[in-house]
Ligand binder design. Structure first.
Ligand code: PXP
Length: 239
């Protein structure tokens, strides 16, 4: 069975739009877990634009399934991770201007730093995954770092506009997946996956974990909005 990690950053993004207390990503995590999530994924960004230190501390106390913390390969956040001890860390690139994680980590440019951070995290008992594009040179370098898993960035597949591009991108992911599993690492994938495009990715041999956020949180608004309006109407009727 493929594990589903639900990325709840998007709940915190909505909260931060008003700098208020709702919706609380900690509540979101509880509901995702009740719905059957195998993991809760959160990105503690350097600028704390959505998930903050309070969230990650409470999530560590309340999440019963796997807590997967995405983070940049930098010292400050590494020390927080070693203190919080999520079950898994996924190292991702981070740019302040980006709307979301735009590409995979460039392992070849910072091999020694990434290897050092992986070692530090693993010594704290944390499983480490690298978020990489389906690019052979990055995957080969990633395998050499000593990480436990590689999450393939599926963004280009998700954004492909015509059938040929979709098939080409899918093939790149399948080939990268084989290299990863042949090396004995766990195979993960994520980014831009939706109810419409997830099946071919889920069918890739030995796919162990998918991390999905935007599409699930977007759908939760659509399946929940009617009920939320009903509750407000009921309240007004009582007055
Ligand atoms: N995996 C990683 C490493 C990510 O950075 C993200 C986005 O935060 C996701 C998965 C989920 O992407 P999406 O929100 O597009 O489903």
């Amino acid at each position: 069975m493929i594990e589903l990690g639900v990325n709840i950053d998007h709940v915190a993004t909505l909260r931060q739009a008003r700098r208020t207390v709702e919706p609380d990503p900690v509540w979101g995590a509880v509901l995702a877990e009740l719905g059957g999530a195998d993991g809760i994924t959160v990105h503690l960004r350097e600028d704390r634009r959505h998930i903050n230190d309070r969230d990650i501390t409470l999530l560590r106390e309340t999440v019963r399934c796997k807590l997967n913390m995405e983070m940049a390969a930098i010292g400050e956040i590494t020390e927080i991770a070693c203190k919080i001890k999520p079950d898994q860390v996924t190292l991702v690139p981070e740019r302040r201007e980006e709307i979301t994680t735009e590409g995979g980590l460039y392992v070849t440019d910072q091999f020694d730093n990434i290897q050092k951070i992986i070692k530090r995290l693993q010594e704290s008992g944390i499983v480490v995954s690298l978020f990489l594009d389906p690019d052979n040179s990055q995957i080969d370098a990633g395998i050499k770092t000593g990480c436990n898993a590689i999450e393939i960035h599926t963004g280009r597949y998700a954004n492909a506009k015509d059938q040929k591009s979709v098939s080409d991108e899918l093939l790149r992911i399948i080939n990268a997946g084989k290299i990863i599993t042949d090396a004995g690492l766990r195979l993960h994938a994520g980014h831009g996956l939706t109810y419409h495009n997830v099946i071919p990715i889920a069918k890739i041999p030995n796919m162990a974990e998918l991390n999905i956020g935007h599409s699930i949180i977007a759908r939760s608004i659509m399946v929940g909005l009617k009920e939320a309006v009903r509750e407000m109407k009921k309240l007004l009727t009582i007055q």
